[in-house]
Design a binder for this molecule. Structure first.
Ligand SMILES: [Cu+2]
Length: 335
């Protein structure tokens, strides 16, 4: 079981106090907020450190406690040769910081943000029955999925909107494997960023077409409606990826927000091998993957070096302030 004690050990930090003893003495000068002093210890600088430490402690204490963070594939029924899924669009109170006592009115599929992962295999016949219990109309677009035009989910172009109390059934054959998404295509700036979004993954029939990996993680990036979040949570309430040395981890980035998010991983390189579900002719390496709205990138991380590696959006106003780290921050821990 991975816990706070292991994390501190891996990070080279002496429990219980988090101090960067091995680093050169820190000088705090021009980076201080307006009006703050420059003396360490009992001053504004000390207060700032304490706030940062508190956030990291909350993150560490929360490791493994949010079982829902990485999502669970939605169960399907097999009927008439179809994999049948049911989703209900409804408002729900959603906590981006569970236990903090504050929640927002989210728009959800089945009560959660992101909506439940739908995972099928190339060639599957898919039927998704969508019920609308929202106070406004909606429709579901299968983002990146090749399908018949009338199943594309755009009101007044391919179907009437699904009004409150109504249902609509989508049917198509999963043709193109890869990391896709499903989301609202009606009043989208509100409906999508407030939570009507989810991963839609089509596994290839022939798995040797993808690079080999030991674990598979999806990170849905969002902003605006529910704020700067990874899988519907903001740091310190995100969960780290925990791997053992030598493992290869697949990460599927999906951006459902309105902004770009350059996802930067410390200490380990990312092999970018697919864009928008399509495997690249030539995979390439980077430490930062810029994920634009609507885009998906699939990467493999070879966990070759032990440690607790910070992992965050590198638009710094999405990740760290005078109060400490927040929003689009997590970690990849190699044990
Ligand atoms: Cu960002």
């Amino acid at each position: 079981m991975f816990n706070r004690r292991n994390f501190l050990k891996l990070a080279g930090l002496a429990a219980p106090t988090i101090g960067l003893a091995s680093c050169a003495p820190q000088t705090v000068t021009t980076e201080m907020p307006m009006g703050a002093g420059t003396q360490q210890g009992g001053t504004a600088a000390g207060d700032m450190d304490a706030m940062h430490e508190k956030g990291v402690k909350t993150f560490l204490d929360n490791i493994g406690k949010d079982k829902a963070f990485w999502g669970t594939p939605l169960k399907s029924d097999d009927k008439d040769g179809f994999k049948v899924f049911e989703i209900t669009c409804k408002e729900a109170d959603w906590e981006t910081a569970p236990g903090s006592g504050t929640s927002i009115k989210a728009m959800t599929y089945n009560g959660i943000v992101p909506g439940p992962e739908i995972r099928v295999t190339e060639g599957d016949n898919v039927r998704v029955i969508v019920h609308n219990e929202l106070g406004q109309s909606t429709a579901v677009h299968w983002h990146g999925v090749l399908l018949p035009n009338k199943m594309d989910g755009v009101p007044f172009i391919t179907q009437p909107p699904i009004k409150h109390g109504e249902s609509f059934t989508y049917e198509f054959t999963a043709r193109n494997p890869g990391s896709h998404m499903y989301h609202s295509h009606h009043n989208a700036v509100e409906q999508v960023t407030k939570g009507l979004l989810g991963p839609f993954i089509i596994e290839p029939k022939d798995k040797t077409k993808d690079p080999a990996y030991d674990a598979d993680y999806t990170l849905v990036l969002n902003d605006t409606g529910i704020g700067l979040t990874l899988n519907g949570r903001g740091f310190p309430y995100t969960q780290p990826i925990v791997a053992t040395k030598g493992q290869k981890v697949r990460i599927r980035y999906m951006n459902e927000g309105l902004l770009i998010h350059p996802m930067h991983l410390h200490g380990l390189e990312q092999l970018i091998f697919a864009k928008d579900g399509w495997n690249l002719p030539t995979p390439y390496y980077g430490d930062t993957v810029v994920v634009g709205p609507g885009e998906r990138y699939d990467v493999i991380v070879d966990c070759h070096t032990e440690g607790a590696w910070a992992f965050h959006c590198h638009i710094l106003s999405h990740a760290e302030s005078a109060q400490g780290m927040f929003g689009m921050v997590t970690a990849l821990v190699v044990q």
